[in-house]
Design a protein around this ligand. Structure first.
Ligand code: S3P
Length: 179
């Protein structure tokens, strides 16, 4: 891990189904931080579901809202920010997140991701004739972005609790090292 700043927040990035929300909530509890989710923020701000935004205005409108959230969150402190799976594929978003948070990627294999999302229906990008192929393709395209995180945690063989403990520890080490 190489970071040159004392991070004020933790940002979780990673593919759909990697566990960002469940792990993020536990990290927040562990550190005594607030928990925020960019998808939830967008939904409460617009009063619409993500699926509805994708259907009526298209993915680019949703990506513009994500970018706006990343900018707005820059003033936060002591917050665990869980981000939508596609958010860090915009280089500006990733750069901004890194300026105010320890960026942690929750990694999972395509097989694990499929296991976790197969019974859920709220993600428009997985409404596909062959969702498993879509997962493999999207994950391969996004891997170079995800791997720019400050910390990478493989969740295939880790419980939510173990992943959360690892992240809280890494955050404490990162803040202590920079004091
Ligand atoms: C998306 C992931 C979703 C949500 C939207 C698009 C993506 O968030 O932002 O459906 O592009 O991977 P989760 O990663 O929380 O499922």
């Amino acid at each position: 891990m190489q970071i040159n700043r004392p991070p004020a927040n933790v940002a979780l990035i990673g593919f759909m189904g990697a566990g960002k929300t469940s792990v993020g909530r536990l990290v927040a509890e562990n550190l005594g931080f607030e928990f925020l989710d960019t998808d939830e923020l967008i939904q409460s701000r617009t009063g619409r579901t993500i699926a509805d935004i994708f259907a009526k205005e298209g993915e680019s409108a949703f990506r513009a809202l994500e970018k706006q959230m990343v900018q707005e969150l820059s003033a936060r402190e002591k917050t665990v920010i869980s981000t939508g799976g596609g958010l860090p594929t915009n280089a500006d978003n990733l750069k901004a997140l890194k300026s105010y948070a320890l960026v942690v990627c929750l990694w999972a294999s395509p097989e694990k991701i499929w296991e976790r999302v197969r019974n859920q229906s709220h993600r428009p990008l997985l409404h596909d004739a062959d969702p498993q192929k879509k997962i493999r393709e999207l994950l391969a395209a996004r891997e170079p972005f995800y791997k720019q995180a400050d910390v990478l945690i493989n969740t295939d063989l880790r419980s939510v609790r173990e992943a959360a403990q690892q992240i809280a520890l890494q955050f404490k080490l990162a803040t202590r090292a920079k004091r």
